[in-house]
Design a protein around this ligand. Structure first.
Ligand code: NDP
Length: 310
């Protein structure tokens, strides 16, 4: 008879590995599918300086490598494949089907989804090449490297204003580059930004060029109203134009919010299907930190353990 597992984890960021460690130590013999970007978003971060327990900081790759080794130490079965389709049961203790391709199907009573989200890119030259070398998608991760320097934030939503606000306490000048002539962010955040003396909002502004060889040096901006071009010298460009949760394979299976994030029970990790739990950025659009993801991965494993023994 084909084996029915207790715990399949989809995703290999901090939420995935943290849930694997807890599930393995609880005797659930987890299988973890690491997906198309093993290690997740942190593998594109140069240095993690804000994760508790690393007084000297740690590189994103080393951190994720440690997480993988720690999960393996407790006999998590890590499979470097992507899940292509799922079919989730609606019954309590029902069997969920996880498809790797047409031939390969895994059955499990419990599933933890930790597929994360992907930041949106501007889609211009040098953007990807200079990630970690001046281009960043996370102010709390990388802001520190730009202390007393000039930086720019792209975007006019809540994320961009949060980033700009955070960076204004560290950096000398913060340019906020907004493509429209108004901000989309909530009024409360807008008022906070307007009160900051070192934030300069440039409306109708599109970044059209990223300049720098080994590190970011400057950007070229086009004013889309009067068509003037400007170069500003900055050490950091923080791109905050939204995230896309990695939920395409779940959209007909689970309840998602209007932006595509998995809806979990308030303060818990249960989804609307029994035995399916979600952890990390795939269900959290507010905090999006490695440490909060790891915390929710732990919660998902504990919630699954209780589900299985109830
Ligand atoms: P949003 O989609 O709300 O905003 C994205 C911003 O980026 C918009 O200003 C948009 O411009 C701009 N943008 C998109 N594409 C480009 C591009 N190619 N070039 C330049 N600018 C671009 O995303 P957020 O990440 O800010 O927020 C996502 C959700 O999370 C929202 O619901 C938000 O309220 C929530 N959130 C809440 C927070 C809080 O409560 N503290 C904190 C962070 C997020 P345009 O307006 O022209 O489309």
């Amino acid at each position: 008879m084909e084996k029915i597992h207790n715990c399949v984890i989809i995703g290999s960021g901090p939420a995935g590995y943290s849930s694997a460690i807890y599930a393995a130590r609880a005797g659930l013999y987890p299988i973890l599918f690491s997906g198309f970007q093993p290690g997740g978003q942190l593998t594109t971060t140069s240095m993690i300086d804000n994760y508790l327990g690393f007084p000297k900081g740690i590189s994103g790759n080393d951190f994720m490598d440690n997480c993988r080794k720690q999960a393996k130490r407790f006999n998590t079965k890590i499979i470097n494949k992507s899940v292509t389709k799922v079919s989730f049961s609606t019954e309590k203790k029902g069997i969920h089907y996880i498809f790797l391709n047409k031939e390969s199907i895994i059955k499990s009573i419990g599933v933890i989804i930790a597929t994360g989200s992907s930041p949106k890119f501007l889609g211009i030259d040098n953007e990807k090449r200079l990630i970690g070398l001046g281009i960043s998608f996370c102010a709390t991760c990388d802001g520190f490297f730009h202390r007393n320097k000039d930086i720019a934030v792209v975007g006019g939503g809540d994320s961009a204003l949060e980033e700009a606000n955070y960076l204004s306490n560290i950096c000398r000048k913060v340019y906020l580059l907004v493509r429209k002539d108004y901000l989309r962010a909530s009024k409360i955040l807008q008022n906070r930004i307007f009160s900051k003396k070192n934030i300069y909002i440039l409306y109708n502004s599109n970044v059209i060029e990223i300049i720098g060889n080994d590190f970011l040096e400057s950007i070229k901006i086009l004013n889309n109203k009067n068509k003037t071009k400007n170069i500003i010298s900055i050490s950091g460009l923080f791109i905050a134009i939204g995230h896309i949760p990695n939920t395409s394979i779940f959209k007909n299976e689970l309840e998602l919010n209007k932006n595509g994030y998995i809806i979990t029970k308030k303060g818990r990790t249960m989804t609307n299907k029994p035995g399916i739990f979600a952890a990390g950025d795939v269900q959290d659009y507010i905090y999006r930190q490695a440490i909060t993801s790891a915390g929710s991965g732990c919660m998902a494993a504990l919630d699954l353990e209780r589900y299985l023994s109830s």
